[in-house]
Design a protein around this ligand. Structure first.
Ligand code: ZN
Ligand code: ZN
Length: 457
């Protein structure tokens, strides 16, 4: 099998991976880089040369995995496109939102490249997506296949326990098996149930490393972390402050809403909650699909139960920092001009308010900078605004949607495949996982794929 890492650096950026076997090619994921704009935000598809793809397979609908799909489909009009039904529903909402964001950026960035695709193109692209069931092999022609077929390529989706619709992808070709984890969580979250992944007969494992540089504290448990979270909200309210939680619109918003629902149900705390417009749309999809597939709290209808107030790109400018309220706003990395970034500028120099970080943020993003800022240190959340001194309370909570590095290592060691390819991690995270697996699995070749270079696996 041939493999090309189509990200531009060893990083969590615009995820996209080429796989070639039996004279056919496919791409796993088509992400958009959260930090860059224009061409730099796209995967490095130049490394494909003139290869024509038979298929594009999408693991889940976070921006860094699906954000450039209409562009790739325009370049590869013959390729069939596959994903789960939930990923298709969410991806559709997310890509249309992305058109709106890029249209606003067009002026700010002064680029005529934006938007990279239109609403109409997104609709046409979505019409070509084929949705697939979990645990069912399909041929690249989109037909149900048998797992024992040896003369053609098949793929199969497995529940990745990361966000609604998320999957790992098993590819069978040339008598061998390659498993791509996508983004995975091996533990239950408040809504998402832990991944159910293949436990044997994998020759090549392509594995994410997001939390490779974050050790799990020995005393960590989800229950004690939820307790600490609740106490911190109460403390902020007692000080007369509000709480800002920067969250991804997909996944983390719904997990936070479900945690706040539990506080309400147990009559511990009840207070108004604010979320963004895209988060509300995606929560609607969670609610609609609540009884389909695996999840916890299947009867919980987030929007009906919590009745969150919805802020958008216009109303955020008039939103006040009201005491006794929680603002769970996207983006999770507090990207400039997003709701969480604009709101954070009102909170950060006010000692009574709190900012809670509950998941991954790129270290160079505004969220990454703020979470590690010292009290009174000046920070720049938006380069067009003067720096501000950090006077609010900053708290970190471990509610990641990604597998702990300990559980990644345990999974890789249970499979003990012939080869492991490490992707989706910042360099220190990838380096830690690489060193650990190389020493624990001496018979396995552990590879950090150089971006743009074809490997024979
Ligand atoms: Zn993800
Ligand atoms: Zn990701």
């Amino acid at each position: 099998m041939k493999f090309i890492n189509l990200t531009r650096r060893t990083e969590i950026g615009a995820n996209s991976y080429y796989l070639g076997a039996s004279g056919q090619g496919m791409i796993l994921d088509s992400g958009m880089h959260p930090k860059f704009a224009g061409e730099e935000a796209l995967p490095n598809w130049g490394a494909l040369g003139d290869r024509k793809l038979a298929a594009i397979i999408v693991s889940h609908s976070h921006q860094d995995h699906i954000g450039t799909l209409p562009v790739l489909m325009r370049r590869q009009t013959q390729a069939r496109v596959f994903m789960t039904e939930a990923t298709s529903d969410i991806g559709n909402a997310l890509l249309h939102n992305s058109v709106n964001v890029m249209t606003r950026q067009r002026e700010d960035l002064g680029t005529t490249l934006y938007p990279l695709f239109t609403h109409r193109e997104t609709d046409r692209a979505a019409d070509r997506w084929q949705t697939c069931a979990l645990r069912q092999p399909y041929s690249l022609a989109g037909e149900r296949a048998s797992a024992n077929e040896t003369d053609s390529i098949t793929f199969e989706f497995f529940d990745a326990g990361h966000v609604l619709g998320s999957t790992g992808i098993l590819v069978r070709a040339e008598g061998r098996t390659l498993f791509y984890t996508g983004d995975v969580n091996f533990d239950d979250q408040t809504i998402a149930q832990a991944a159910v992944f293949p436990e044997e007969k994998i020759d090549i494992l392509v594995m994410e490393c997001t939390r490779g540089d974050t050790p799990l504290p020995a005393t960590w448990s989800r229950a004690s972390e939820e307790q600490r979270f609740m106490n911190a909200i109460q403390d902020a309210f007692t000080r007369g402050g509000c709480v800002l939680i920067p969250v991804f619109a997909l996944g983390k918003t719904q997990e936070v809403l479900a945690m706040l629902y539990k506080l309400r149900r147990e009559k511990i705390l009840d207070f108004p909650i604010y979320i963004g417009g895209l988060s509300a749309k995606i929560s609607e999809i969670y609610d609609r699909r609540a009884q389909m597939g695996r999840r916890q709290l299947p009867r919980l209808q987030l929007l009906d139960e919590l009745r969150p107030f919805v802020l958008n790109a216009e109303t955020i400018h008039d939103a006040h920092t009201r005491p006794g309220r929680v603002y769970a706003l996207s983006s999770g990395m507090m990207t400039v001009k997003t709701l969480s970034n604009i709101f954070a500028q009102r909170v950060v120099d006010q000692p009574r308010h709190s900012v809670f970080f509950v998941g991954y943020a790129d270290p160079a993003s505004p969220a990454g900078i703020l979470r590690h800022a010292q009290p009174d240190q000046p920070v720049t959340l938006d380069p067009e605004q003067p720096p501000q001194h950090v006077r609010c309370h900053i708290e970190q909570f471990q509610f990641s949607a990604h597998a702990s590095r300990e559980s990644l290592i345990a999974y890789a060691e249970r499979l003990a495949p012939k080869k492991i390819v490490l992707v989706h991690g910042d360099p220190p995270a990838v380096a830690w996982v690489h060193a650990r697996l190389a020493s624990d699995l001496p018979n396995t070749e552990v590879i950090v794929p150089t971006p743009g270079v074809e490997l024979e696996l």
